[in-house]
Design a protein around this ligand. Sequence first.
Ligand code: UTP
Length: 408
Amino acid sequence: MLYEDVKAMLEKRGQEQLLKYYDGLSDSDKEELLCNIEKIDFSVLDMLSSPEMKQVRGVIEPLSALGMDEISAKKDRYNAVGLDAVRKGRVGAILLAGGQGTRLGFDRPKGTYNIGVNRELYIFECLINNLMDVVKESKSWVPIAVMTSNINHEHTVKFFKEHGYFGYNSEYVYFFMQDMAPAADYNGKIYLESEKKPAMSPNGNGGWFTSFVNAGLLGEFRKYGVEWLNVFAVDNVLQRIADPCFVGATIDSGCVCGAKVVSKAAPDEKIGLLVKEDGKPSIVEYYEMTDEMMHSKDENGNRLYNYGVILNYLFNVNEMLRVMEDKLPVHVVEKKIPHIDENGNMVKPSEPNGYKFELLVLDLIHLMRDCLSYEVDREKEFAPVKNLTGIDSVESARKLLEKNGVAI
Ligand code: UTP
């Protein structure tokens, strides 16, 4: 696009501030800026002016889970089905590691954080160690694709290489980059990160499948025979990946997707809940629950809305292809956005100063025909590292690692 065309387009959208420093740039920087602007998906900003685009909920009902007792009773059968699937190459893993981990306050990729105390033990290493349990049991490698963003891609790939893929077979490790979305001030004006760069941030974890397909990796995974993708977050160091029992139970249930859930620690625990919405599986945020829903119980005194998701899902590939073109809701989140001010000075805010726009993997669940809610023991499988201290922190994750016999 020529400068005049970009300028006209920005004026139409009220985003001319992006060209504020254009005249003072070198020719190559001018070109880079125009190119950066052309790549922006401006449509996410419509969320700010059209409240009607916000997610409207349908009728919410409880969704029961396959409980730990039942799983334990059928463990051998589920394990056999799951191991068979892993051995036949039907299961692939997707590690979501494109986030910025702002709450942790660590400026490198979260997976490169050393959670060890007496030895080096990186978050990525914990995850690979967990996956190795399945590799050893099945005697077959599980292909794994790591989703990064253009902010942390290089560092992530280098880190895996430098650490010898933590003993994993590098032929089975892939990387792909997710898309970015603009970050704007409270008036919807996109910030400039530098004179030649609009402020962009990863667009959430919901676009993983499209990015995975666009990177040509579905084709690669298909070569192994992959039919199921186990998607999981980088920050849960106790995450079980390609867990044969979970895979087996999901296949056995006939569902097109499975979600690992934990029983809520308290009625008002801040965790997304797996429920039914208009008859289909869905995840609602804790703040969308009314007091009545939070506390309602069945005739046996069990909480009706009890199962929280831990960002570990198993998706059937064909079902994902079927819904790939469906639109996901865009979530508007308040964040701290570094930028240059009107005088060209760098600002690193200590408080939120605008919006980022994200698609979320949890919204994919509502596009699925059905979903097996599969209960796991939070003490054994849920140790998220979101903060440095307190709830869901380095501190709490270390305790849980030790409790599970992991030397740290
Ligand atoms: P979080 O919601 O915890 O976000 O991500 P975050 O960016 O890592 O951390 P905060 O909120 O800034 O502190 C849950 C999972 O989704 C991935 C993260 O890497 C993590 O595994 N994620 C998040 C992406 O892959 N891409 C994104 O754009 C956002």
